[in-house]
Design a protein around this ligand. Structure first.
Ligand code: NAI
Ligand code: CS2
Length: 491
């Protein structure tokens, strides 16, 4: 007789693990989530779970992965769609099981049609996304659909067999329209500025190329609330998985560890209802933009600064980078002197206190957040993390030396070798183009104008601004002459 393997669903878990406290049989798949990565598990799924714990919520979720990760979808099915979230902070470690996932799918396991049919089920009211910045297939500088993107071209040629998330959304909406079903809301939870607006733009740009009538229906019927999402959830490593198994008493291949902090600010604009996320601490607002800009510039901007310059300086994790007093001071100065002044926040928001809280979160020694992970996909991140602020400083004539060093750090990083001459694995949708430029110049300041001419990142205005070009060139030269640690100290 074959005995079923022990999983979080059938094993006796250690007593400190918080179990699911509600009747899961009442849940209906009212949400589909595309991009079941680390973040969704510890953020939107957890908020929805906490709502279910508070009362009579029937909001269950079907989670979908479109690319890699078939093994995780299979594992989730084997454990009755239960998985664990472990919060690690100064007041200890807390583990809980999450119960709101009702189904899990992957096009390579279930077929493309089955995923589309799931999205077209009448009770599906929200499709949420954590598909990374590059998943929107947008030009990062303009936020419009990048029609040259290979996946978009493939999906425009065969829309009924999509590969991109945008292709799936539009085809599913087409099925709903044809069947006379109500639309769903599309809820972007990615670190993209005005993520709802960008999602709407790329969906409409894509739909218009196929069917004007469908595009008009989407424009009229579908809502795309923008959100500010925040919780540091590093990619799980073998050490994380071993620690989770230890804490639970059984292995959980879908488990994830994260910081205790979590924040979610959501534009309250849904066409077919939503879970009462406010019961779990979410803030529902009319305009999320100031909060998004605050988070992207202060948190993500300093994260990227620490990631590029920390990696080049030989630091592999953010907490180690923060332990270097010069980096810590530079991150604080970046936030308070160069990012905060570009923000226009509602009354009562204390940006100095916010900056201090971010430093404490970055220093969390339990997280082991890799500088390499944050450095990934820089071409998609620079515009919202550094460049919008630079534009404000150029207009105001104010100093932006930390931002300039951050941008130079990215340029030095995408060169693909570190300060010891060791190769860096540069992951970026534009890696080929960036590295071809870097190879032509070698480690020479002459690379700067050519990198600044990469329009999807810098647009056309910045490369034409002598003050900006001079600042980035000087910062890049500083990195070549002094190295990252000394360049940061010299700030
Ligand atoms: P992850 O790598 O664990 O998961 C990413 C998911 O996106 C995977 O399911 C992957 O298949 C999918 N994906 C990747 N490229 C795609 C594409 N071109 N089209 C469609 N799907 C694609 O990453 P994680 O940690 O879940 O983060 C995902 C996103 O969530 C981030 O890029 C960011 O925008 C947002 N986020 C992450 C936070 C974190 O601390 N991990 C915190 C706040 C936001
Ligand atoms: C990080 C973010 O990977 C990155 O680029 O800056 O994922 C960061 O951890 C989150 O936005 C925190 O909410």
């Amino acid at each position: 007789m074959v005995t079923p393997a022990s999983t979080v669903a059938n094993a006796e878990l250690n007593s400190q693990v918080i179990p699911v406290s509600y009747d899961r049989s009442h849940l209906k798949t009212r949400m589909v989530h595309l991009g079941f990565g680390a973040f969704h598990r510890a953020h939107q799924a957890l908020f929805t779970h906490l709502v279910a714990e508070r009362g009579d919520s029937d909001w269950g979720q079907c989670v979908v992965k479109l690319f890699s990760g078939m093994d995780e979808i299979e594992a989730l099915r084997r454990q009755d769609h239960l998985y664990s979230v472990v919060e690690k902070g100064a007041d200890g470690t807390h583990s809980r099981l999450i119960g709101v996932v009702t189904e899990a799918m992957h096009p390579r396991l279930d077929g493309i049609d089955a995923v589309l049919e799931k999205l077209a089920e009448p009770q599906v009211a929200i499709v949420s996304l954590t598909i990374t910045e590059k998943g929107y297939c947008a030009d990062p500088a303009s936020g419009r659909l990048d029609a040259g993107n290979a996946m978009i071209q493939q999906d425009l040629a065969s829309p009924a067999r999509p590969v991109s998330a945008i292709g799936y959304l539009v085809q599913a909406l087409k099925l709903r329209k044809e069947r006379g079903l109500a639309p769903f809301s599309i809820l972007s939870c990615d670190n993209v500025p005005e993520n709802g607006r960008v999602a709407r733009q790329v969906v409409l740009d894509f739909a218009r190329r196929l069917d004007e009538e469908l595009a008009a229906w989407i424009a009229e019927q579908v809502t795309f609330p923008s959100t500010m999402v925040d919780r540091i959830v590093p990619a799980a490593t073998a050490d994380t998985m071993a620690e989770i198994a230890d804490l639970l008493g059984v292995a959980d291949p879908c488990g994830i560890a994260c910081e205790p902090f979590r924040q979610w600010v959501i534009e309250d604009h849904f066409v077919a209802g939503r879970p009462q996320w406010e019961l779990a601490g979410a803030e529902l607002v009319a305009d999320v933009r100031p909060f998004e800009e605050m988070k992207l510039r202060m948190l993500n901007g300093s994260h990227s600064f620490l990631a590029y310059l920390g990696y080049l300086g030989g630091y592999r994790h953010i907490d180690e980078t923060m332990a270097d007093e010069h980096y810590r001071r530079a991150a604080l100065a970046l936030m308070t002197r160069e990012q905060a002044p570009t923000l226009d926040m509602p009354a009562g928001v204390d940006l100095n206190a916010y900056a201090e809280s971010l430093l404490a979160r970055f220093a969390n020694p339990e997280l082991k957040h890799k500088t390499w992970q944050i450095a990934m996909d820089g071409s998609q991140k620079l515009p919202q993390r550094f460049l919008q602020s630079v534009r404000c400083h150029l207009a105001a004539g104010t100093d932006f030396s930390h931002l300039a060093l951050g941008i130079a750090g990215w340029m030095r990083y995408v060169h693909g070798t570190d300060e010891q001459g060791q190769p860096i694995e540069v992951k970026d949708p534009l890696a080929g183009r960036l590295q071809a430029i870097c190879q032509r110049h070698g480690l020479n300041v002459s690379v700067v104008p050519e990198l600044l001419a990469v329009e999807p990142v810098f647009g056309t205005d910045l490369a034409a601004n002598p003050r900006f070009v001079a600042a980035v060139t000087a910062a890049y030269q500083q990195l070549l002459t002094l190295g990252a640690r000394a360049a940061v100290a010299a700030l």
